[in-house]
Design a protein around this ligand. Structure first.
Ligand code: GLY
Length: 338
């Protein structure tokens, strides 16, 4: 929702998979055939994205829709769409850089954003299904180079790193949606936390667990993480406490912390769970959770899309709802991935 109106998108938009995915979560929770039918109908609308090589967001688009559909139905037709999408995503990998390119066009040469970690889940799924080595190789090379170049010593991450496509050298480190190049844009931190926790789930590589923990410790120990544990849109935004919160960053962080808590020893698990549970309580409270029939029918209020452009500021966002539903499913299931 922006400026009070509902914004609808086509299958190529990075957010197109979240509503079908939310419907699958609700169908799973309720066991109601009506939700399942709606989920299947909306999922089918995203299918054209599977051959669209113009975006790195195929993981968001297809894994959140078709990935949920396949998890819940085991229908091989869903699996085929996921594998086609994974092959398309691989076309954006340049071996000289060792990463999947995020955006096409200027002003960057070969931009890679921290958000892109999320798209690796589609590749790791494809590898688990087919055992084709290239899916995993691409995901692992991307993740390893992200550790090398996107993170600062304190565990926070840059948003955009621009590379030389011929040598793979770093050209610039910048922000696009954050407050400044050196700031910690909240949703970007959450994407990194979720992405490395997810990579550890698939690979059991301790470097990914260590990176996820570093991000988690940066976030939960941050002096400007509020009491309710829902971050401001950027940890370095200048006008706190008047800056808007970002419920989407809180929901992604919450879901990731539930999974991470299941991967670590008891003392760390209880620290991560305390924050994740507070986040669920906050998001489910009237401070963030909209009354029925209000808020354009979205579940959560108070997210931020792109503050610098004045787009979707203090607005409901479909991905906030998706990760809130996922976080609740993970919470209900115990500690693991749900
Ligand atoms: N991946 C785009 C965003 O987080 O806004």
């Amino acid at each position: 929702v922006d400026k009070g109106g509902l914004v609808l998108v086509g299958p190529r938009d990075w957010t197109s998979g979240f509503f079908p995915g939310s419907l699958w979560r609700i169908a799973e929770h309720t066991g109601d055939a009506q939700w399942r039918k709606a989920a299947a109908d909306l999922t089918a609308r995203v299918e054209p994205a599977k051959t669209y090589g113009g975006t790195h967001d195929l993981g968001f688009i297809l894994y959140c829709s078709y990935g949920q559909a396949y998890r819940l139905t085991a229908d091989p037709a869903y699996r085929e769409v996921l594998l086609t999408g994974a092959r398309t995503l691989c076309t954006r990998f340049n071996p000289k850089v060792g990463m999947i390119r995020s955006w096409d066009g200027r002003p960057w040469s070969y931009p890679v954003i921290i958000d892109n970690m999320m798209n690796l889940e589609l590749l790791m799924f494809a590898h688990a299904q087919t055992r084709e080595a290239s899916f995993k190789e691409i995901a692992v090379r991307h993740a390893n180079k992200t550790i090398e170049n996107h993170f600062r010593p304190d565990g926070s991450s840059f948003h955009v790193v621009d590379f030389d496509p011929n040598t793979g050298a770093v050209l610039k480190r910048q922000t696009h949606q954050g407050f400044s190049d050196s700031s910690a844009w909240a949703r970007g931190q959450s994407w990194g936390l979720y992405g490395f926790t997810m990579m550890y789930r698939f690979t059991q590589d301790p470097a990914y667990l260590a990176q996820a923990r570093k991000v988690a410790d940066f976030l939960i120990g941050h002096p400007r993480l509020p009491e309710d544990k829902i971050p401001y849109w950027d940890f370095d935004a200048p006008d706190m406490p008047r800056e808007p919160r970002d419920a989407s960053a809180g929901a992604v962080m919450c879901s990731a912390l539930f999974e991470l808590a299941g991967q670590v020893e008891a003392e760390s698990a209880s620290r991560y769970l305390a924050v994740a549970r507070q986040q669920i309580r906050s998001l489910a409270s009237p401070a963030y959770r909209a009354p029925l029939d209000g808020n354009g029918h979205f579940l959560l209020m108070h997210s931020v899309g792109h503050k610098g452009r004045g787009v979707e500021v203090d607005a409901p966002l479909v991905y906030a709802d998706y990760y809130f539903l996922e976080a609740m499913a993970r919470c209900k299931a115990g500690l693991g991935a749900g």
